[in-house]
Ligand binder design. Structure first.
Ligand code: GLN
Length: 480
């Protein structure tokens, strides 16, 4: 059942939250050794929350997500529940407080089954950078489920939770959603509070739902979005009813197709599936226009200066003193820092800290960081110009379907290119969604990316909802 169907079944008391929670826990027990989507399973906490939900359902006091079993990416700070960010440096950290997005879900009655695997500090595109080992793609367990929210995408695709929250700094919701055949939306920067979300690159990070249907994503986004006094970058605007934005056709909608997103190196089946999807949008009444986003080619280079720069600053707090992993052989403070950080952080995180420190250092700041900020402005302006002419933009989400585990680990640049189509949206602060739009010859899912102007999530739901109703890609299930 989708979240929407589950809510209806729980309300009509066809099923209890305890029954469905137990069913999910059994399924996790049976299949998660294969998929490895969970870092922590909280059976006790989940059954307690399900019991409370059942009491409220009985009394007719159900809240919007009462009794719905969810998984949560392990980057969200959850009170009393271990939160690792996929890192050794936090491998045993039990937070004393709850972040805002998960607090909102809990206050809506959601049941948390546990915490989902991810690339360490959300740096990666495959979950292979997790200290706890990689997750596997349910469509082919020799392949990656994408990243960094790979555990989240795999869990939703494998029906190991009804839905989940991910985070997206350069594609970490959309790319795993694409390669696992599910729906994932990165909202406008500031639409969802980042309070209690372990920071990677603060000017790019954004929280969003990962679900089996567009309607489920609309339900979850409405619950978590909104202003939060604990996050000064959250936007003080009312949250619309995203479900109401979904309409059956696209009459009057102008959709742009940027030529820079159909480039050499893209898997032919991916390009074909996206072109076929554009045909469906046209049949639904949309006007399709060719557009150009001329600075797209600088997006990856720009991102890999800005994101590591911010990460190097955000990760300075893990010093082996305040909390987290500590290695102290009694050789003084500097040695304690060095040993704790060298052993606590994995290779990719250390690589990013070094790049970030380098581009921010006095002699290089102008050449790298300032230049990157200028390029970021040009990328943002490309979108502003395009959105003077069109309401939404569609592209492939990822240049290829899921690659094999181990295939790109030796070559970080090759790995970074996985996000070539998702990164520009973060640099511009815009909302973007990936929806299933086909399968390649090996039976692996392909995703369609839909982008819109800032705070135009309703346009994204309108387009994706109409597309989903006209197709059945999202109904296919992996052969577990
Ligand atoms: N894969 C990109 C990176 O490694 C994006 C990750 C993300 O969005 N968190 O930085």
């Amino acid at each position: 059942m989708t979240i929407e169907q589950l809510i209806a079944a729980l309300r009509s008391r066809k099923i209890s939250s305890t029954e469905i929670t137990k069913a999910y826990l059994d399924r996790i027990e049976e299949f998660d050794s294969e998929i490895h989507s969970y870092i922590t399973v909280d059976s006790k906490g989940a059954l307690e929350a399900a019991h409370i939900a059942d009491e409220r359902l009985k009394k007719g006091e159900a809240r919007s997500l009462e009794g719905v079993p969810m998984g949560i990416k392990d980057i969200f700070v959850t009170e009393g529940l271990k939160t690792t960010a996929g890192s050794k440096i936090l491998h045993n950290w039990i937070p004393a407080y709850e972040g805002t997005p998960t607090r909102k879900l809990r206050e809506a009655g959601a049941v948390f089954l546990g915490k989902l695997n991810m690339d360490e500090f959300a740096m990666g595109s495959s979950t292979e950078n997790s200290y706890f080992g990689p997750s596997r793609n349910p469509w082919d367990t020799d392949r990656i489920p994408g990243g960094s929210s790979g555990g989240s995408a795999a869990a939703v695709a494998a029906r190991l939770c009804a839905g989940t929250l991910g985070t997206d700094t350069g594609g970490s919701i959309r790319q795993p959603a694409s390669v696992c055949g599910i729906v994932g939306i990165k909202p406008t920067y500031g639409r969802v509070s980042r309070y209690g979300v372990i920071a990677f690159a603060s000017s790019l990070d954004q929280v969003g739902p990962m679900t089996r249907s567009v309607r489920d994503a609309a339900i979850l986004l409405r619950c978590i979005a909104g202003h939060d006094p604990m996050d000064s970058t959250s936007i003080p605007k009312p949250v619309p009813d995203y479900l109401a934005a979904i309409k059956p056709d696209l009459k009057g909608m102008k959709i742009g197709v940027p030529k820079e997103y159909f480039i050499e190196g893209t898997q032919p089946e991916t390009a074909e599936a996206v072109k076929a999807a554009i045909g469906v949008l046209k049949n639904l009444g949309a006007e399709i226009d060719d557009i150009s986003l001329p600075h797209t080619e600088y997006a990856i280079a720009t991102y890999y200066i800005i994101a590591p720069a911010e990460a190097s600053s955000n990760l300075a707090r893990y010093d082996g003193v305040k909390y987290g992993y500590r290695k102290d052989e009694g050789d003084g403070l500097i040695e304690l820092y060095k040993a704790s950080r060298s052993e606590g952080f994995g290779d990719e995180v250390q690589r990013r800290i070094m790049i970030g420190t380098y581009v921010l250092s006095a002699g290089y700041y102008d050449a790298y960081y300032r230049k990157a900020m200028q390029a970021r402005t040009l990328i943002r302006r490309d979108f502003e110009r395009a959105f003077e002419k069109v309401d939404a933009i569609v592209t492939p989400t990822s240049p290829t379907t899921a690659f094999k585990i181990g295939e790109r680990t030796a070559d970080p640049l090759q790995m970074y290119l996985s996000d070539i189509f998702t990164v520009p949206c973060n640099l511009a602060g815009l909302p973007g969604m990936s929806v299933p739009c086909g399968f390649d010859n090996a039976g692996l899912p392909i995703g369609l990316q839909i982008l819109a102007p800032a705070l135009a999530e309703e346009t994204i739901f309108h387009v994706s909802g109409a597309y989903e109703s006209a197709t059945d890609w999202h109904l296919r299930q992996p052969p577990l």
